[in-house]
Design a protein. Structure first.
Ligand SMILES: [Zn+2]
Ligand SMILES: [Zn+2]
Length: 355
C-alpha cells in the first residue's frame, strides 16, 4: 500500500479512511487535533475531535457545527481505518490522531509539548510506524527552562511592579497560553484581571474541570486595585487604547519566540518570558524516538533542519507542505513572514539574524 496519509490541496488526507486531518480548506469529514485557528477552520461538513475540544470548537466556530466528540483512547472505525485520539499536551482537548489500517499504524501529532502542565492532559507517546510531527521549534537552540522557573520569574516581576504601584500587563495567546499562565500565578500578590478575549476561554476551561485562580474584568476592578493587578491580554492589545488606560504600567510577552533577542525588540515590551506550548528541540526528539516510528513526516516549523537531523540518525524522514502557522505569531496579525518568526523555516532566518 502507498502512504496512508498524503497532503492534498485541502490538507492532510487519510487515503483509505477518506477523511482529512486539520484541513485548511472546507471538506466533508475533518478530524481536528485542537482548536487553534490554523488547525480548526470553519466550513467543514462534519467534525470529529476530542470530547474536551467540542465546546471550544463550538465557541470558536459556531454552536451549529456538525461535530462528534471522542474520548481519549476510544476507537471508531471509519472505512476500515481504526481512529483514536491521544493527548498531545498542547492545550485543553489537544489530540494526536492514531490511524490503523491493515496492520499499519500512522500517528499525526498536531501541535504538542512533552512537559506536563496543569491545564491539559499530558502528552502520550503512541507507538506507530509513521509519525507525522510538527517542528515549530525544531532547532537545537530551542531549549525551555522548566515551567516553574518561568512562573517564578513572572511572579517576581509582578510583585516588584505591584510594590511600586504599577500595573503588570502580560500578553499571551488567549486560548491555552493564558490559562497555563493563570495556573502558575501567585494570587497573594494582587488581583488577576483578564481581557474580554481571554475570560470566555477561562470559562470553557473551568467548565472542562480545569482549576484556575479567580479572574475578573477591568470593569470589575477599582482604580487602586489595578495598581497591584496582573492583566492578561492577547498580543493584539499591545499598544492599544485598551492598554494605555492603565497609565503607568509594565508590559511583557510570553512566548517561545522570546528566546530570540530580535523578537523581544520587535515586540517593544519591557520583558519577555520564554514559555511555549510547543515541544523544544530535545522534546521533539524524545517524542519522535518514543513513537518507535521508522518513518517521520515533518509538517510545520523548521522543516529542513529537522528532516536533515532525522535522516542523519537513520530515520526515513520527509516533509509535508502545509498551511499551519504558529498561534503566538498569528495572534498579532502584524508579523509578516519575512520579518517575524512565522512558519516554514522563518525561524532559521531569525536565528541567523540574532545569533
Ligand atoms: Zn496549536
Ligand atoms: Zn500548529
Amino acid at each position: 500500500m502507498g502512504d496512508m496519509v498524503v497532503v492534498r490541496k485541502e490538507g492532510l488526507y487519510c487515503v483509505p479512511g477518506d477523511f482529512y486531518i486539520d484541513p485548511w480548506r472546507p471538506v466533508d469529514r475533518a478530524v481536528i487535533t485542537h482548536a487553534h485557528g490554523d488547525h480548526a477552520r470553519w466550513g467543514h461538513k462534519h467534525y470529529l475531535a476530542s470530547n474536551q475540544s467540542v465546546n471550544i470548537l463550538k465557541s470558536r466556530l459556531g454552536a451549529d457545527i456538525n461535530i462528534d466528540g471522542l474520548a481519549y483512547g476510544d476507537r471508531i472505525v471509519h472505512n476500515g481505518v481504526a481512529v483514536s485520539l491521544h493527548p498531545a499536551g498542547h492545550v485543553l482537548g489537544s489530540a494526536q490522531v492514531r490511524m490503523e489500517y491493515e496492520g499499519e499504524i500512522w500517528v499525526a501529532s498536531g501541535d504538542y509539548k512533552v512537559e506536563p502542565d496543569a491545564t491539559c492532559a499530558p502528552f502520550e507517546a503512541v507507538r506507530c510506524h509513521t509519525f507525522i510531527t510538527e517542528s515549530t521549534f525544531g532547532l537545537p537552540i530551542y531549549r525551555w527552562d522548566p515551567q516553574q522557573e518561568v512562573y517564578d520569574d513572572i511572579n517576581a516581576w509582578w510583585r516588584r511592579n505591584a510594590d511600586e504601584g504599577r500595573t503588570s500587563v502580560l500578553y499571551a495567546y488567549a486560548f491555552g497560553k493564558a490559562q497555563r499562565i493563570l495556573s502558575g500565578l501567585d494570587t497573594s500578590i494582587g488581583p488577576i484581571v483578564c481581557h474580554g478575549a481571554v475570560e470566555p476561554l477561562n470559562r470553557v476551561y473551568r467548565e472542562g474541570g480545569v482549576e484556575l485562580p479567580p479572574t475578573r474584568l477591568v470593569s470589575e476592578t477599582g482604580k487602586d486595585e489595578m495598581k497591584r493587578a496582573l492583566v492578561l491580554a492577547p498580543p493584539s492589545a499591545a499598544g492599544s487604547t485598551w492598554t494605555r488606560r492603565f497609565g503607568d504600567y509594565s508590559d511583557a510577552f510570553a512566548s517561545g519566540w522570546m528566546l530570540l533577542r530580535g523578537a523581544r525588540r520587535r515586540r517593544g515590551v519591557d520583558r519577555g518570558f520564554v514559555l511555549s506550548d510547543h515541544a523544544d528541540w530535545p522534546g521533539l526528539l524524545s517524542a519522535i524516538e518514543a513513537t518507535g516510528a521508522h518513518q517521520v513526516v515533518v509538517t510545520h516549523g523548521s522543516i529542513p533542519v529537522m528532516v536533515r537531523w532525522l535522516c542523519q540518525i537513520g530515520l526515513d524522514a520527509k516533509a509535508f507542505d502545509t498551511e499551519y502557522g504558529d498561534e503566538d505569531d498569528e495572534a498579532t496579525g502584524s508579523a509578516a513572514p519575512e520579518e517575524g518568526e512565522s512558519h516554514k523555516g522563518a525561524a532559521d532566518k531569525a536565528e541567523a539574524k540574532d545569533a
